[in-house]
Design a protein around this ligand. Structure first.
Ligand code: KIV
Ligand code: ZN
Length: 524
C-alpha cells in the first residue's frame, strides 16, 4: 500500500499574500469550494490576525468546507493563536498552524532572541494551541537556513507538547534538493519522537526549485506538501500544486506514494484562480499553460498521431482539459453553451449561464466561429466575481495619425450616470484619464498587456492590467473583440477590486482611495 501524501493548499494564505493576488471574501470562499472539489487534504484559509477581512474570510471558509481540514496561521503568540482558533472553530476539521523563525539570521536581525527563548516561545505556543485544538501544525520559519541541531531540538520539543504536524520551510527559496532532503533525513534520524507527527515541506521558488525541493523532501520522508494553485505566492511563488500532484501521479513507481487529489479538477482550479485574481498563467507553464499539451514540431505531431505515448507523458484529460471538435457559432443555443462549458470543466450557475450566453451572442455576431479558448476568456468578463461599483455604459474613442487621441467614457454607479472626456497619449490612456476624471480615483498603471486569445484576425483580445491604488496592487482582466473596450473593462475590474478591498478594510467603499484634486466628473 502506497503512503498517502497530504496536499496542504496555501493558495488562500501564502498565495494570496503575493502582490496583485488579493481576493475578496466571496472570491476566497469560491476558491475554497473549488479546492474542496479538487480534494486537497488541508486548506490554509488565511492569517486571521492580519486584518478583519482575513478573519472573516477564514471564518466563512471554516463554516462552509466539510471535507478538508481548514487551517489558520498564527505567529507563536497567544493573541494570534486565540484569533486563529476563533476563526476556525466552526470547521469540521480545524487546525491551528503556528510558526516561529529558527535561523540565526532571523533570530539576530528580526526577533532579537536567543535560541533558548525561541524554543520556549515555540513550546508555549504549541502547548497553548493544543489546549484549544486537536490538530496543531508547527513551522520552523527559514528552516533550510537554520542550524540542524537546533531544528532537531525544537522539533522534538514541539512534538513533545502536542504538535501533530511539523513543517520545515524553505522560506527564502535558497535550498537545493540534495541538502533540503538531507535536512528531512536528519530530523527523521535524530528526533526520537518524530513518529508522532507528520513531516511537512513548504518551498518557495526563488531559484525555480520549489517543486524539485518538495519532491526531494517527499523522497526523504515528508508526508505533507504545502503548495499553491498555479504556484502563486510571495516573490517567485510557492511550489505549484498541479506540478507536485502530477509528478507524483506520473512517476508513481519512482515515488511509491499517492495523493488524494482529483486531478481532473486541476485545470478548472487553475482557471478559476487566474480569473479571480487576474493573474495570468504563462503559456509554457507546466500542466496548466496553454502550450502544456500542444505539440508543434512536425516530428512530435507525427509521433503523437501514431501513438500518444511517443511524446505525451500524461493526457490533457487527466488534468481536466477536454478536447473538442465542436465549434460553436451564432446558431448555438443556451443549452449548447452550458454543455460546452461543462465539458470544459465549468459548472455555471443559471445566472452565470445567462450572462455568458449574452456575451457569447455578442461575440458570435462579430465572428463566425467561437473557439474554446474564447469561451473561457468570456467567462472572465461575464461571470463577474468582483462587486461592480462602476459599470461601463458607453465608450467612444477617436484616434489616428493626425488627431489627438480622445476618449469619452460613460460610467454607471448605482442609479447615477457619469460621463466625461479626456485626451491622452493613445486611446487607452485617454479612456483611463476620463475614468480618473469621473471617479476621482488615481491609479498608477504598473503593468499592461494584450494578447489574442485564439488565431485569426477576428479573435478576441484579452487585456490584463495591474494598477497601484494607494500602494496596493490590483489586477484586472477582460476579453473583448475591441481592444480599447477590453482595456477599459480590465481597468474598471482593477478599480472595482480596489474599492471592494477598501470596503472590506474600512466597511465603506465610498472612503476615497486617492482623490484627484481637480476631479471634475459630473453626475447626469
Ligand atoms: O515560507 C514560510 O516559512 C511560511 C511559514 C509561515 C510557513 O510561509
Ligand atoms: Zn511560505
Amino acid at each position: 500500500m502506497e503512503d498517502h501524501i497530504r496536499i496542504f493548499d496555501t493558495t488562500l494564505r501564502d498565495g494570496e499574500q503575493s502582490p496583485g493576488c488579493s481576493m475578496n471574501r466571496a472570491e476566497k470562499l469560491r476558491m475554497a469550494r473549488q479546492l474542496e472539489h479538487l480534494r486537497v487534504d488541508v486548506i490554509e484559509a488565511g492569517f486571521p490576525v492580519a486584518s478583519r477581512g482575513d478573519f472573516e474570510a477564514v471564518q466563512d471558509i471554516a463554516g462552509a468546507i466539510r471535507n478538508c481540514t481548514v487551517a489558520a496561521l498564527a505567529r507563536a503568540v497567544k493573541s494570534d493563536i486565540d484569533c486563529a482558533y476563533e476563526a476556525i472553530r466552526q470547521a469540521a476539521r480545524p487546525r491551528i498552524h503556528t510558526f516561529i523563525a529558527t535561523s540565526d539570521i532571523h533570530l539576530a536581525h528580526k526577533l532579537h532572541k536567543t535560541r533558548d527563548q525561541v524554543l520556549q516561545d515555540a513550546v508555549e505556543a504549541v502547548r497553548y494551541a493544543r489546549s484549544l485544538c486537536e490538530d496543531v501544525e508547527f513551522s520552523c520559519e527559514d528552516a533550510s537556513r537554520s542550524d540542524i541541531t537546533f531544528i532537531c531540538r525544537i522539533v522534538e520539543a514541539a512534538i513533545e507538547v502536542g504538535a501533530t504536524v511539523v513543517n520545515l520551510p524553505d522560506t527564502v527559496g535558497y535550498a537545493i534538493p540534495t541538502e533540503y532532503a538531507a535536512m528531512f533525513r536528519s530530523v527523521r534520524r535524530e528526533v526520537p519522537n518524530i513518529g508522532r507527527a507528520v513531516l511537512s515541506t513548504h518551498c518557495h521558488n526563488d531559484l525555480g526549485l520549489a517543486v524539485a525541493n518538495s519532491l526531494a523532501a517527499v523522497e526523504a520522508g515528508a508526508r505533507q506538501v504545502e503548495c499553491t494553485v498555479n504556484g502563486i505566492g510571495e516573490r517567485a511563488g510557492n511550489a505549484a500544486l498541479e506540478e507536485v500532484v502530477m509528478a507524483i501521479a506520473t512517476r508513481r513507481e519512482q515515488f511509491g506514494v499517492m495523493t488524494g487529489v482529483q486531478s481532473e479538477e486541476i485545470f478548472r482550479s487553475s482557471h478559476l484562480l487566474s480569473s479571480l485574481t487576474g493573474m495570468l498563467v504563462q503559456r509554457n507553464k507546466a500542466i496548466v499553460g496553454a502550450n502544456a499539451f500542444a505539440h508543434e514540431a512536425g516530428i512530435h505531431q507525427d509521433g503523437v498521431l501514431k501513438s500518444a505515448i511517443t511524446y505525451e507523458i500524461m493526457t490533457p484529460q487527466s488534468v481536466g482539459i477536454r478536447q473538442n471538435t465542436l465549434v460553436l457559432g451564432k446558431h448555438s443555443g443556451r443549452h449548447a453553451i452550458k454543455q460546452r462549458f461543462r465539458e470544459l470543466g465549468f459548472d455555471l450557475q443559471p445566472d452565470e449561464v445567462e450572462r455568458a450566453y449574452r456575451e457569447f451572442c455578442a461575440l458570435a455576431d462579430q465572428k463566425k466561429e467561437v473557439y474554446d479558448e474564447e469561451l473561457i476568456a468570456l467567462l472572465d468578463g461575464s461571470v463577474n466575481h468582483v462587486d461592480e461599483y462602476y459599470h461601463l455604459d458607453g465608450l467612444h474613442v477617436s484616434t489616428g495619425t493626425a488627431v489627438k487621441p480622445t476618449a469619452t467614457v460613460e460610467l454607471r454607479r448605482g442609479e447615477n450616470r457619469y460621463v466625461d472626456s479626456a485626451i491622452g497619449d493613445g486611446p487607452v490612456d485617454a479612456a483611463y484619464r476620463a475614468i480618473e476624471r469621473i471617479t476621482g480615483v488615481i491609479g498608477k498603471l504598473t503593468e499592461y498587456s494584450l494578447k489574442s486569445v485564439s488565431l485569426g484576425h477576428d479573435t478576441i483580445g484579452e487585456a490584463f492590467v495591474r494598477v497601484d491604488f494607494d500602494g496596493t496592487l490590483f489586477n484586472g482582466r477582460a476579453a473583448s473583440t475591441d481592444i480599447v473596450t477590453g482595456s477599459v473593462l480590465a481597468y474598471l475590474g482593477a478599480l472595482n477590486r480596489a474599492m471592494a478591498a477598501r470596503r472590506s478594510r474600512t466597511g465603506d467603499p465610498a472612503t476615497p482611495i486617492t482623490l484627484v484634486a481637480s476631479a471634475s466628473g459630473g453626475g447626469t
